[in-house]
Design a protein around this ligand. Sequence first.
Ligand code: SF4
Ligand code: SF4
Length: 186
Amino acid sequence: MSLITAIRETFLGFKSLLVGLRITAREASRPIITVQYPRETLKMPARFRGHIKLVLDPETGKPRCTACTLCAKACPSGCIVLDGVKREGDKKKSVSKYELDFTTCSLCGSCVEICPSDAIEFSKEYNVVSLNRDTFENMDLYAKIEAEARAWSAAHPAPPAASPPPAAAPANPTAPASQPLNAPAG
Ligand code: SF4
Ligand code: SF4
């Protein structure tokens, strides 16, 4: 190798090093766009469709579903099985069983659209995993909303019942009669 070739290659190597360092410095100063999954997770956008879920009424802490079965009838894949009961003191039926076969759900949204009570929506869960296929064939959505209802009850404890007013103290017959303020002295 001639001296001129050696000098030229050294110069080109040094130039390449500077270019690399400039790119590294530029990228190092940019905001971080990766998240440390699973310690951090991304917030799913509003239009994200996870599996459907029952919705809890934020006022009452109960599921909004009235077990009308419209969603099950509208589902083109027949993947919703539900049941309901009329509980004591309630005017309408309420859901008592709601199972989803997520292996055949196409996330078409017909069930969400037809529900007259806004009682189902798409969840934001994107990392549901299992080693057992049955977990997805029979997703127990009622069990999930029961857990939500228990958390709601824990966060909204019922106010203590109003205690009755204290009874008036009985009159003491041995006490001296009180003097009127304007009674004559002696
Ligand atoms: S999203 Fe579509 S396929 Fe899935 S449960 Fe609802 S209606 Fe059925
Ligand atoms: S989720 Fe809606 S459509 Fe389905 S049974 Fe309940 S109230 Fe009816």
